[in-house]
Design a protein around this ligand. Structure first.
Ligand code: THU
Length: 131
């Protein structure tokens, strides 16, 4: 059965609890629903060599893709910010490669949700058709 948004939100907050953020202290969790119905979760993982930090969204995406699932329906992003936690530019581009029309659900610390499509977050995106 397809997970509901509420189930994905719960999964994103659980993933958030595993975030490794000794530098920014900004924990993010993501729950990514693949087309096959599987849910892949991720958290941000920082590094003392700051540029190696990986965001929660990309952690979830690489888990899914490396298991053979690269078409996505929805992602929930759970931060702890007053405003909705939007995906960073790198994560938008990363996800756009695989599913430009997927839904993106951004949460704020009050657990309110803002629903958008990736295409709305990423107008005029770059993809393989340019190559
Ligand atoms: N971060 C994410 O994991 N996802 C986002 O969408 C925004 C930023 C992480 C990266 C870094 O560990 C911390 O948040 C502060 O930038």
């Amino acid at each position: 059965m397809k997970p509901t948004d509420a189930e994905l939100i719960r999964a994103a907050f659980k993933a958030r609890s595993f975030a490794y953020t000794p530098y920014s202290h900004f924990k993010v969790g993501a729950a990514l629903l693949a087309k096959n119905g599987m849910v892949y979760t991720g958290c941000n993982i920082e590094n003392s060599s700051f540029g190696l930090t990986i965001c929660a969204e990309r952690t979830a995406a690489v888990k899914a893709i490396s298991e053979g699932h690269s078409k996505f329906r929805r992602i929930v992003i759970a931060g702890n910010s007053k405003d909705f936690c939007y995906p960073c530019g790198a994560c938008r581009q990363f996800l756009y490669e695989f599913s430009p029309d997927m839904k993106v659900i951004c949460l704020n610390r009050a657990r309110e949700a803002k629903r958008m499509t990736l295409r709305e977050l990423m107008p005029c995106g770059f993809d393989s058709t340019f190559l």
